[in-house]
Design a protein around this ligand. Structure first.
Ligand code: NI
Length: 165
């Protein structure tokens, strides 16, 4: 039982992420969404899109890892720097991006609950050329996504606290 609880926890934490994102930006104006801060100097809008993208990629990696029984995934292209943000533009609303996250996380959680050993599948993430692959299980990657969201949502919270009134 204890072991089962330990494997369910990361999924239930992960399922809270879309709601946490919704709550974080509830009632924000366009100007609020354009506020910049955090370690990357991103706007709140860019931060929201970054978190959605990160989870969309994580879901793809889960499917690859479960379907193949363990996979190597090339993440070298995933470098959300200033140029990435400019190329993406992100001029539209954030609501559709957030709206896709909740059903996506639910779908992949259901998939992981049904797949034997789904959470224990091994992933090797390839980063910058010349660096060692980063090995983890699906479960560890999901825990990292939860931490990742907490980190950026804290930045959003700090930006909003510092906004001019
Ligand atoms: Ni990030």
């Amino acid at each position: 039982m204890g072991d089962q609880g330990a494997t369910v926890q990361p999924l239930s934490d992960w399922l809270q992420v879309p709601r946490a994102l919704e709550v974080a930006i509830e009632g924000l104006t366009d100007d609020d969404l354009n506020l910049r801060g955090g370690t990357n100097g991103w706007s709140i809008r860019e931060t929201v899109h970054h978190l959605v993208e990160s989870n969309v990629v994580a879901c793809t990696i889960v499917i690859a890892a479960v379907g193949t029984g363990g996979c190597t995934f090339d993440c070298a292209w995933l470098n959300p720097d200033r140029a990435w943000m400019e190329r993406m533009g992100y001029r539209g609303a954030v609501a559709p991006a957030i709206a896709v996250l909740s059903p996506l996380c639910r779908y992949v959680s259901e998939l992981l609950s049904a797949a034997p050993d789904g959470l224990r599948r091994e992933i090797k993430l390839l980063g910058t050329p010349g660096t060692e692959p980063y090995a983890m299980t699906v479960e560890e990657m999901i825990r990292l996504e939860v931490e990742h969201a907490r980190h950026h949502l804290q930045e959003v919270d700090d930006m909003l606290k510092q906004r001019p009134r």
